[in-house]
Design a protein around this ligand. Structure first.
Ligand code: ATP
Ligand code: MG
Length: 189
């Protein structure tokens, strides 16, 4: 999966719609303390389906919504969308029934949260379940809980981790996390 664009509106300190295009190669985010570097990464985590508000340094999910500042009123909703080029096999899960994906396809994945009303997810404008977004990213071996996003302090945790927890990192690297998500889905049906 190749993420090409991130659009953030009303999320944490990003009160105005902000478009970030991600060019090929290595990208860096630089800026003074408190300018929103971590918030940017958390926006990425959010649209990928993060369900832990603690992982986004909040005490409730609504804390990701712009809370207001001295001269701007608080918002009632936050929306993050990302554009990505996704492998056909991973995209198949979120396509309309009967649609066959090409070898790789461009998807727009978005998540919107409204105060006290929870989140909705869309893929190319069509509403999907949070679980579908989780499976999409797990199939692509990336996502909020994958080893593709490394939190501050996480390296130390890995060194101290139990073997079972380390196994999930290997599974993610081997690209079989999607299978685990699907097995869980099958058990729910
Ligand atoms: P550092 O270099 O210290 O790591 P950073 O660039 O990573 O800084 P962030 O942690 O991303 O900075 O941004 C912190 C800022 O985001 C703070 O000013 C905080 O008030 C603001 N912020 C966080 N949540 C919200 C919210 N819900 N509404 C408005 N502003 C918020
Ligand atoms: Mg930071």
């Amino acid at each position: 999966m190749k993420i090409t664009r991130l659009r953030i509106a009303g999320f944490k300190s990003f009160v105005d719609a902000t478009d970030v295009s991600i060019e090929p190669g290595l990208s860096g985010v630089v800026g003074p303390n408190g300018c929103g570097k971590s918030n940017l990464v958390e926006a990425l985590r959010f649209v990928m389906g993060e369900s832990s508000f603690k992982a986004m340094r909040g005490s409730g999910m609504d804390d990701v919504i712009f809370a207001g500042s001295t001269n701007r009123p608080a918002r009632n909703a936050a929306e993050v969308s990302l554009q990505a080029i996704v492998d056909g096999a991973a995209a198949a899960h979120v396509m309309k029934p009967g649609q066959t994906p090409a070898t790789s396809t461009e998807l727009e994945i978005s998540r919107r949260i409204e105060r006290e009303a929870g989140s909705t997810y869309r893929v190319n404008g069509r509403e999907v379940r949070a679980r579908d977004v989780h499976i999409l990213f797990a199939d692509a071996a990336t996502g909020a809980r994958s080893s593709a996003l490394v939190r501050q302090g996480q390296i130390g945790e890995l060194i101290a981790a139990k073997p079972k927890d380390r196994r999930s990192i290997l599974e993610d690297a081997a690209g079989i996390s999607g299978l685990h998500s699907r097995r869980h889905e099958a058990e729910l049906k």
